[in-house]
Ligand binder design. Structure first.
Ligand SMILES: Nc1ncnc2c1ncn2[C@@H]1O[C@H](COP(=O)(O)OP(=O)(O)OP(=O)(O)O)[C@@H](O)[C@H]1O
Ligand SMILES: O=c1[nH]c(=O)c2[nH+]cn([C@@H]3O[C@H](COP(=O)(O)O)[C@@H](O)[C@H]3O)c2[nH]1
Ligand SMILES: NC(=O)CC[C@H](N)C(=O)O
Ligand SMILES: [Mg+2]
Length: 501
């Protein structure tokens, strides 16, 4: 169970935890309103012998609150990939002494003195203490993120903490999520209610729509919006696949003119995201109004394929108590929603990550075709977050469509599509000098991005072979007249994000 970091001890007691994980967060323990442990926390966990694991900020909080010292480092922050090594036998790693692994880090503070009773059991290449434990008190800390896919043995360490040290039963099953979410929909939506589903052709909304459709049947009305920010021939392709493979009734609404007019002149990524979120809702509202006129019933519910990362990265919604997390970017379907939203949202995937959604979609009960399950994610704001700045300037969207199509086709030609989690091109708001056919050119620059990931929360850049890069670069410059330079993005997340805006 997830509960906010600033709850009372009574709230913690009410869930009768078998183990407690204190998560990471953007604060430093030295900031005055940083999340603290409630008074009496250590007495409570000691009395009930509840193991506690602090991750990143959580570990720093353990160290700080128990009398150790945490310092903010000026240089040598650790963001992204880092090698660590266990230094002695421990409870967390059992007898794995002197064992190296690659982990993912994201911190600028570190523990420089440990509280009494704690031992350092692993350190990073840069000498930072990255794992600590006090087994007698059942307290553990990891400075890196074991929960992310790129931490090699992270899941094994979490399993060790939860199932061996804490003896928590391993009974979470994706099948249970399916049943619980279907039951929630049955309990929420009345027998005569009609529901709209925002359907994009992506994995998440397709799985969400299939799940809701099983409960509501023809009272579900799927709407696919052509927002003018889609990829090359995307609208035709999506409508075609729905018709031929999924057999869900979908209405396509062309909103591209309104959307592009609204985006004219907008340069700030957040302003763009908010405008797009609002326009999406305008489309669903008009659809609901029209439905009411025709059928005398107002659809009051809106299904979206929102995932947990969309929620974490967006401005924390009011009332969730998540005041300590930072807004990274407003996902159009969460932080980009207008304040006066008239729909009640149905988001059956809201607490899941992408790999879990893929597993859900593959369950025989849903049986979503593999072509949907394995698609690379494509963000709702589409090419608008890949044309940096004003998307309506200088034909950038068209150039990007052509470049993206060549890039993805080349990835397919090289048999790499399923090895890459997401790949796309970015149109940069700069021009570079080139020479083509002995003529000077002053033309566009595009960046290519390809990442590996499991859930989109962290990512690493994909190490293409030189042969691929040579081929794709010449195909793009030869095939798209106004591009004379191609660059490849070699930034992991963190410190970058996957999209550029
Ligand atoms: N063009 C669109 N038309 C209608 N709804 C959309 C569109 N794009 C996005 N949405 C809605 O916004 C939600 C979030 O978009 P997002 O891109 O994260 O998910 P997805 O498209 O379903 O899956 P994926 O992440 O694999 O692309 C979608 O699940 C869907 O409900
Ligand atoms: O539907 C979406 N609406 C959005 O506003 C949005 N912003 C980012 N993304 C997708 O989320 C994943 C993580 O992206 P970032 O590292 O850029 O935050 C990547 O898969 C991104 O493509 C979005 N999807
Ligand atoms: N990811 C985190 O929990 C970061 C913790 C803290 N803000 C740091 O930079 O050290
Ligand atoms: Mg999408």
């Amino acid at each position: 169970m997830l509960i906010p970091g600033d709850v009372t001890l009574e709230r913690i007691k009410s869930v009768q935890p078998k183990a407690i994980i204190l998560s990471g967060g953007p604060n430093s323990v030295h900031v005055s309103d940083a999340p603290q442990l409630p008074a009496g926390f250590y007495d409570y966990v000691k009395e009930h012998n509840i193991p506690v694991l602090g991750i990143c900020y959580g570990m720093q909080l353990l160290v700080h609150s128990l009398g150790g010292e945490v310092q903010t480092v000026e240089k040598d922050g650790e963001y992204g990939r880092m090698s660590i090594r266990t230094t002695q036998a421990s409870e967390l790693y059992r007898d794995e002494t002197d064992h190296a692994q690659m982990v993912w880090m994201s911190h600028g503070d570190k523990a420089v003195r440990l509280p009494d009773g704690f031992e350092p059991v692993a350190t990073s290449e840069q000498g930072t203490v990255v794992a600590i434990e006090n087994p007698a008190a059942n307290l553990y800390g990891l400075q890196y993120h074991p929960e992310v896919q790129h931490s090699e043995r992270g899941i094994a360490t979490l399993r060790r903490f939860l199932f061996d040290i804490s003896k928590v039963p391993a009974d979470w099953k994706i099948e249970n999520v399916l049943e619980e979410e279907m039951a929630k929909i049955r309990a929420t939506v009345g027998p005569k209610d009609h529901v709209i589903c925002a359907l994009s052709g992506g994995v998440d909304s397709t799985v969400a729509a299939t799940l809701v459709h099983q409960v509501l049947g023809d009272r579900l009305h799927c709407v696919f919006v052509d927002n003018g920010l889609l990829r090359y021939k995307e609208a035709e392709r999506v409508m075609d696949t729905f018709k031929n493979h999924l057999h869900l009734p979908v209405t396509m609404i062309d909103h591209s003119e309104v959307m592009l007019n609204r985006l004219k002149g907008l340069k700030d990524p957040e302003e763009k995201r908010k405008a797009i979120g609002a326009e999406f809702i305008n489309v669903f509202q008009s659809f609901a109004d029209k439905f009411e006129k025709e059928h005398g019933i107002t659809p009051r519910y809106l299904v979206q394929g929102t995932l947990y990362p969309d929620v974490i990265e967006s401005c924390p919604p009011p009332g969730t108590g998540q005041k300590h997390s930072h807004m990274i970017k407003s996902h159009h379907n969460v932080g980009g929603l207008p304040k006066d939203l008239k729909f009640t949202l149905i988001e059956p995937l809201r607490e899941l990550f992408k790999d879990e959604v893929r597993a859900l979609g593959r369950l025989p009960a849903l049986n979503v075709p593999e072509a949907f399950i394995t698609r690379h994610p494509f963000p709702g704001p589409g090419l608008a977050v890949r044309v940096l700045g004003d998307v309506t300037e200088g034909g950038a969207l068209d150039v990007l469509r052509q470049v993206d199509e060549i890039y993805i086709n080349t990835i397919r030609d090289f048999g790499l599509y399923d090895k890459i989690w997401q790949a796309f091109a970015v149109f940069l708001p700069v021009r570079s000098v080139g020479v083509q056919g002995d003529q000077r050119t002053h033309s566009s620059v595009v960046a290519l991005r390809a990442v590996t990931s499991g859930d989109g929360m962290t990512a690493d850049w994909y190490p293409f072979e030189p042969k691929f890069l040579q081929t794709v670069s010449s195909r793009i410059c030869n095939g798209v007249r106004s591009v004379n330079r191609v660059v490849y993005d070699i930034t992991s997340k963190p410190p970058g994000t996957i999209e550029w805006e």
